[in-house]
Ligand binder design. Structure first.
Ligand SMILES: Cc1cc2nc3c(=O)[nH]c(=O)nc-3n(C[C@H](O)[C@H](O)[C@H](O)COP(=O)(O)OP(=O)(O)OC[C@H]3O[C@@H](n4cnc5c(N)ncnc54)[C@H](O)[C@@H]3O)c2cc1C
Length: 512
């Protein structure tokens, strides 16, 4: 297709999700321009601590296959700000259809204006686009390795926080300074941090990516039959969780070091609050290079910190690894206070208010026939026929009230890259008109139902649930994206494989 006839597409963010969005837009004949506030492409992975490893198997990143065909990666630029011009906020709010007519580019009168200020020269450049894809990720950039190494060299370092970044940072400091200047890790609660060398069948990633595992958990908009099944399978989920916990407690010295989490593995999985232990983590504790201190609160004093127990910890450097604010990162892209207000919802929300809906008739049929008749009749045909008689189904990527804009890269999951690539494929299908969106009212209804599911997940996880975390329902989510794009959601050969084999990026490789 002649790309000169195509609409103009901008992507903000050149991390893995921005690159995936670019790759799939290119495949549909668009020539997007990527803007990034950094000087290089790759996002988080251009600067990580040496000890930070992929927590998910490399295969989960397989489908991205960089560099991009055609080499259309855009020019690294300072941080752009985006404003919409066309219909007024009042008009947009009154629309029954997303973008006015349900189309990716609306009626052609609306545009996104990107303003880029070049810090060094002070010059300002303005660009106009017909569609905006926001891929700014969930975290801000990390330090350059050598800056960090300089900062902590020969210092008494305290790291606060027991998440992935906290443990990686503490291990890195302990390795660098040894037992002469031990690093202290301060944490409120321990998380399930597991040793990647323990590869027994309790491989959490594999266990949670089968359809059988997904049948054991509640899913958004699942319908009565699947909800009942998930409830009936609760004892099996509990058993698997308990066996997994026992195994990890036996093989990782967490009891000895006071690092046994208060929550169950099942709860951690719901919010994806688990990660990989840095190499030699407990060896560093045994050597005296790393000191672990549990406390609920602390205050600063002249030479370090005072813990709530009254204990003093001397420190030259305190590193807070206490989390990030993805909503702020997302909001900061937009100039309009109205868009900023609605784009991410409230920080206490369980899901980003982005669109996703499954038609109830489709769900009822899916619930009843899901495994029983799938392979005795052609299930894909049944789904396609069903689509003919019900309204279209749609997805979790566009805000019902913000026209000509999609967000890729906010959802949390056990492996984030391949859901982001699936979302990118969906956006590309939206751009070329294959994916059709229903009314704004139906989109908002769907947003509400996902939020309801998120509230349940947050309750069940004991408040560990991260906003927009689909870790336990990733394949379920991909099923909806597949159907929207006109592909069968069943990607395996045979009933047993469909039920028992883990789902991963290679299952979706043929979707272009
Ligand atoms: C310590 C750590 C470990 C992780 N481990 C894993 C793992 O094992 N497996 C996994 O799947 N995921 C993991 N992740 C998640 C990780 O975020 C994803 O792998 C991936 O980097 C997300 O890609 P992204 O493009 O959405 O975001 P990012 O990689 O964060 O890229 C976003 C890009 O947008 C740019 N940007 C941000 N704001 C703006 C703006 N306003 N204007 C212009 N540009 C902007 C940034 O400069 C950056 O280049 C980990 C994250 C961290 C921090």
């Amino acid at each position: 297709m002649d790309s000169s006839n195509k609409k103009r597409v901008a992507i903000i963010g050149a991390g893995p999700s921005g690159l995936a969005a670019c790759k799939h837009a290119l495949a549909k004949g668009f020539v997007p321009v990527i803007f990034d506030s950094g000087a290089s492409v790759g996002g988080v992975w251009t600067r990580t601590l040496a000890s930070t490893k992929l927590q998910t198997p490399a295969a989960a990143f397989q489908s991205l296959r960089l560099p991009l065909a055609g080499g259309h990666v855009g020019v690294p630029e300072p941080r752009p700000s985006a404003g919409y011009s066309g219909a007024s906020e009042k008009e947009v709010t009154a629309w029954d259809r997303w973008s006015g007519n349900g189309e990716a580019f609306g009626d052609g009168s609306g545009e996104w204006h990107l303003t880029v200020e070049h810090i060094e020269s002070g010059s300002i450049q303005k660009y106009e686009f017909d569609f905006l894809i926001v891929c700014v990720g969930r975290t801000t950039r990390t330090w350059e390795d050598h800056d960090a190494a300089e900062l902590i060299r020969g210092k008494r370092v305290v790291v606060v926080g027991s998440g992935k970044s906290g443990l990686d940072t503490a291990a890195e400091c302990a390795e660098a300074n040894g037992s002469k200047y031990p690093c202290t890790l301060i944490y409120r609660t321990a998380n399930w941090m597991v040793d990647h060398k323990l590869t027994w069948g309790l491989n959490v990633s594999k266990r949670t990516t089968t359809r059988l595992a997904e049948l054991m958990v509640h899913k958004p908009e699942e319908g009565f039959a699947l909800s009942l099944l998930a409830t009936l399978l609760t004892p099996l989920r509990w058993l698997l969780s308990t066996v997994t916990e026992t195994y990890y407690k036996m093989h990782i010295p967490m009891r000895k070091n006071g690092m046994v989490p208060d929550c169950t593995i099942s709860q951690s999985l719901l919010g994806w609050k688990l990660g990989l232990l840095p190499d030699r983590f407990y060896d560093l504790v045994d050597e005296g290079s790393l000191v672990l201190n549990k406390c609920d609160s602390f205050s600063f004093c002249a030479d370090g910190l005072v813990l709530d127990s009254g204990k003093r910890v001397e420190a030259d450097v305190v590193i807070l690894a206490t989390g990030f604010n993805p909503d702020q990162l997302l909001r900061s892209v937009f100039t309009s206070p109205w868009v900023r207000d609605i784009v991410s919802g409230a920080s206490s929300d369980t899901m980003l208010p982005l669109y996703r809906q499954v038609d109830s008739l489709l769900l009822i049929i899916t619930s009843f026939f899901i495994f029983a008749i799938q392979y005795s009749i052609d299930f894909a045909t049944l789904l396609l026929l069903t689509r003919k008689v019900v309204v279209d189904i749609c997805r979790n990527i566009v805000h019902p009230r913000i026209p000509q804009m999609a967000i890729v890269g906010y959802l949390e999951s056990r492996a984030t890259i391949y859901p982001y690539e699936m979302m990118s494929k969906w956006v590309a299908h939206l751009l070329d008109g294959t994916v059709r969106l229903p009314s704004v009212k139906d989109m908002e209804k769907s947003v509400g139902e996902w939020a309801l599911w998120g509230q349940g997940a947050r309750r069940r996880s004991g408040s560990l649930f991260l906003k927009s975390c689909i870790a336990t329902v990733t394949t379920w989510y991909h099923d909806q994206l597949c159907r929207d794009m006109g592909y069968s959601a069943r990607r395996k050969k045979g009933f047993v494989a469909e039920l028992m084999e883990p789902y991963g990026p290679t299952d979706y490789a043929d979707i272009q």
